[in-house]
Design a protein around this ligand. Structure first.
Ligand SMILES: Nc1ncnc2c1ncn2[C@@H]1O[C@H](COP(=O)(O)OP(=O)(O)O)[C@@H](O)[C@H]1O
Ligand SMILES: [Mg+2]
Length: 267
């Protein structure tokens, strides 16, 4: 059991730049064991934040990337057949509940609604997880905490969270940080010079204004870190921006040209 905990421990302190009071809020939510929902666009720092909080709170972290093929058994556990016969294997949610880990269900709307309901008994005062096939009920370890992330931009009627699921969580809004903070993050993460980091953020601001006007999603902090890393590694900034910022987010030639023009304005 101790080996298992060590396996999920966040070893190094993750670099996380506080943006507002999210760290204090999360600590309070953890103290009262209020399940938390992190809302915001892809690549804006949600996963990094959870890693940082797990490290700060000294708790193991078990992350599950949710997808539409995921079943309740993938979360809870299943019987496996091996040479000795059948053997029960706990899923990540069961492991987290037993160990007292923070369980992070990333992009939870991707999972089907019948899968999401398995978290219900864990997220109210019962704090338990029935393993129906095994005939066991796990009473969650006092340290267990559930965190989910969710990108409201992708939400459609078929793929929204049920109200009965949403209302079990407190929610924190995440977004791309203010320009000065985002530049600092990019310079720290990628090693690019602060002036270049600031230019990258200016390019991203242009692209973010085009969201809903031909772009589904703006350029994320993650993409800026990629571009910064290439520049720091010696790649020509214009080329780095094309590869890391422009080409990934659009297939439309006019949009591509408009964004390429924004790149050459700054570099
Ligand atoms: N506040 C922050 N502090 C440090 N790094 C950040 C921050 N926000 C974003 N990043 C950087 O952006 C990258 C993407 O963030 P991530 O947490 O993976 O996004 P999300 O989970 O929201 O999709 C991280 O790997 C990190 O380099
Ligand atoms: Mg993430």
């Amino acid at each position: 059991m101790n080996d298992l905990i060590e396996q999920y421990r966040v070893q190094q302190p993750p670099y996380y730049r506080h943006v507002a009071d999210e760290v204090e809020i999360f600590e309070s939510a953890y103290r009262v064991r209020m399940p938390m929902m992190l809302k915001g666009p892809t690549g804006c720092g949600k996963t990094r934040f959870v890693e940082y909080m797990a490290w700060k709170l000294g708790k193991p972290l078990i992350t599950v990337a949710c997808n539409e093929d995921m079943t309740a058994s993938d979360l809870v556990g299943r019987y496996l057949l091996d040479a000795q016969g059948t053997r029960w294997q706990d899923g990540p949610l069961a492991i987290a509940a037993r160990l007292g880990a923070i369980c992070y269900l990333d992009e939870v709307v991707e999972a089907r609604q019948d899968t999401t309901v398995v978290i219900h008994p864990l997220t109210d005062s019962r704090r338990m997880l029935p393993l129906e096939k095994k005939g066991e009920i796990i009473h969650a370890h006092p340290d267990f905490h559930l965190v989910i992330s969710y990108n409201p931009g992708y939400q459609n009627l078929m793929k929204d969270l049920k109200q009965s699921t949403k209302q079990r969580f407190g929610a924190l809004d995440f977004n791309y940080p203010d320009a000065a903070i985002e530049s600092e993050i990019i310079a720290t993460e990628s090693g690019v010079a602060p002036e270049a980091a600031a230019k990258l953020v200016s390019i991203a601001e242009r692209a973010r204004n085009l969201k809903g006007h031909g772009l589904d999603e703006g350029i994320s902090t993650r993409m800026l870190v990629h571009a910064g890393s290439m520049i720091a590694e010696g790649v020509d900034p214009v080329k780095a921006c094309r590869v890391a910022l422009v080409r990934p987010i659009t297939d439309d030639p006019d949009m591509r040209d408009a964004l390429d023009a924004a790149v050459t304005t700054f570099f």
